[in-house]
Design a protein around this ligand. Structure first.
Ligand SMILES: CC(C)(COP(=O)(O)OP(=O)(O)OC[C@H]1O[C@@H](n2cnc3c(N)ncnc32)[C@H](O)[C@@H]1OP(=O)(O)O)[C@@H](O)C(=O)NCCC(=O)NCCS
Length: 229
């Protein structure tokens, strides 16, 4: 994992997601003090199978050094979001998504994502993946990829549904590589599409260009549309 000079804490990526059952999930960039949350998430929130799919090794718990490398990040070469829920005031991590640049000068970065087993199938993985694609794009990543076990149908389905293309892994026959070229396929989210629809309607109604809506609909400007709404 990358240990560059930390950039400021990127508050603009704080987000909220309302689940179909009304529960509210908070999503925020990780903090150095989140190492124990991450350890509880991996050891208690994830089953052995999910841990294997995420880490590609038989891991029962996160060793301290690994937990620290996942939480002491620079928010540029290594960027990570965690999803959490407050259970009667107790903070419980239920998801994690990150990208790590291959090397500091590289435009290529690898992503990884995990959702606690009890929280899967509720749309959290899709939301986290969209956010991490947008964050990678906003941080200048040109090619975002993930290495997945062939048996990981959930992640392969989610990735291809999110615009990733599946390829053969260059070295490991156990793995498939999913990748998305962010230079030619910049992320656009529902908010962007909604903003464009409003713009088109305004133009049709008034037969006049509406420049401000165009400029505010860039990926960086609309990084976290749910906040403050
Ligand atoms: C992959 C993972 C992150 C998906 O998270 P999630 O919150 O359950 O996913 P969502 O509820 O947002 O589902 C989004 C889409 O993913 C696909 N998907 C999710 N679970 C699936 C499953 N079991 N089988 C097939 N497709 C599945 C579907 O296309 C789904 O869309 P739909 O609900 O409209 O059908 C989660 O299963 C996980 O953490 N797995 C273990 C760790 C892992 O494999 N990480 C990836 C390696 S980096």
């Amino acid at each position: 994992m990358t240990h560059g000079t930390p950039h400021r804490y990127p508050v603009e990526w704080i987000d909220r997601l309302t689940l179909p059952d009304g529960r509210l999930v908070t999503i925020r960039p990780v903090l150095p003090q989140d190492d124990t949350l991450e350890q509880a998430f991996v050891a208690q929130g994830m089953t052995a199978k999910s841990r294997y799919l995420r880490f590609l090794i038989g891991l029962q718990e996160l060793p301290d050094a690994l937990a620290q490398s996942l939480t002491r990040i620079d928010y540029h070469n290594h960027f990570a979001l965690l999803a959490e829920w407050f259970d009667d005031g107790t903070e419980v991590q239920i998801g994690d998504a990150r990208f790590v640049r291959v090397d500091p000068a590289s435009g290529h970065a690898e992503f990884a994502i995990a959702v606690a087993d009890a929280w899967q199938g509720l749309g959290i993985g899709r939301h986290l993946l969209r956010l991490i694609v947008k964050a990678a794009h906003a941080h200048g990543v040109q090619l975002l990829y993930g290495d997945l076990l062939h048996e990981n149908r959930a992640m392969l389905t989610l990735a291809t549904a999110t615009g990733f293309t599946q390829r053969r892994h260059p070295e490991d026959a156990r793995l498939a590589r999913v990748e998305r070229d962010l230079r030619v396929d910049a992320p656009v989210d529902d908010w962007d599409q909604a903003a464009q629809a409003v713009l088109v309607r305004a133009m049709q109604a008034h037969d006049a260009p509406a420049q401000p809506a165009v400029s505010s609909a860039t990926p960086a400007a609309t990084a976290v549309p749910a906040r403050g709404e």
